[in-house]
Design a protein around this ligand. Structure first.
Ligand code: HEC
Ligand code: HEC
Length: 176
């Protein structure tokens, strides 16, 4: 009888383990890490810069296309703090930390939008770590090989290269 129970227990455990849907769970990154930056962006910046980084006013740079984002954090933070042309100054409304968080979000806004559209229904709020065989973010735009971001689905075939690169940058930023 004892042995029977043990075998039954083992079977249940095997079914349980096999049925666990996400193998990479431990290494997963939580989307909450960027929630604060996204919230500030939506509240304070999206009127001009757009909820998806595509600007609402022609004078503002297009973050979805990476405009101005090749500048250093220090340069961009300086503009955020003190303003420039139509861009208001934020130093009296946001803390240093909030300005950094919102800038980090502006840098990955397109990847966030792509992740919400293409990946979140399978991955929920857990972002799987990217395969180490992928080229580094800086080399991505000039890289012509296959990127193979999700070996478990075919989503990549429906995506533009720009979208794939932005989602990789997004996941890598979250991983840091
Ligand atoms: C009233 C509209 C408006 C709002 C609100 C606004 N921006 Fe801007 N932003 C602009 C415009 C216009 C520019 C381009 C300024 C120029 O001519 O250089 C700009 C430029 C920028 C740049 C590029 C700076 C550079 O050095 O090239 C960053 C980064 C930026 N905004 C971030 C933000 C963030 C973060 C927020 C919210 C906290 C925000 N903006 C809110 C209009 C706005
Ligand atoms: C149809 C469901 C589905 C969609 C859509 C999907 N994935 Fe996955 N993905 C999975 C499953 C299942 C796994 C394997 C379990 C795991 O590692 O979480 C996986 C694994 C991964 C992994 C781990 C490495 C690997 O290849 O196994 C990465 C990275 C990944 N997905 C990225 C993405 C990205 C980025 C998107 C959106 C562009 C996406 N996935 C869309 C189902 C999906």
């Amino acid at each position: 009888m004892r042995g029977g129970i043990r075998i039954l227990f083992t079977c249940i455990m095997m079914v349980f383990v096999a049925g666990t849907p996400v193998r990479g769970e431990e290494g997963s990154i939580y989307l909450e890490a960027i929630e604060k930056g996204r919230e500030i962006f939506h509240e304070r910046c999206a009127v001009c810069h757009g909820f998806d980084g595509v600007p609402e006013i022609p004078e503002a740079p297009n973050f979805a296309r990476g405009e101005r984002l090749d500048k250093s954090d220090e340069e961009l933070l300086n503009t955020i703090k003190h303003g420039q042309a139509m861009m208001p100054a934020w130093k009296d409304k946001l803390t240093e930390e909030e300005m950094r968080e919102v800038l980090t979000y502006a840098r990955i806004i397109m990847g966030d939008v792509v992740f919400q559209e293409r990946c979140i229904h399978c991955h929920s709020t857990r972002v799987p770590p990217l395969s180490e065989s992928l080229p580094a973010v800086e080399e991505l735009s000039g890289y012509s090989g296959p990127l193979d971001i999700c070996r478990s689905c075919n989503i990549e075939r429906e995506m533009t290269r720009e979208e794939i690169i932005s989602v990789i940058r997004f996941i890598r930023t979250l991983a840091d």
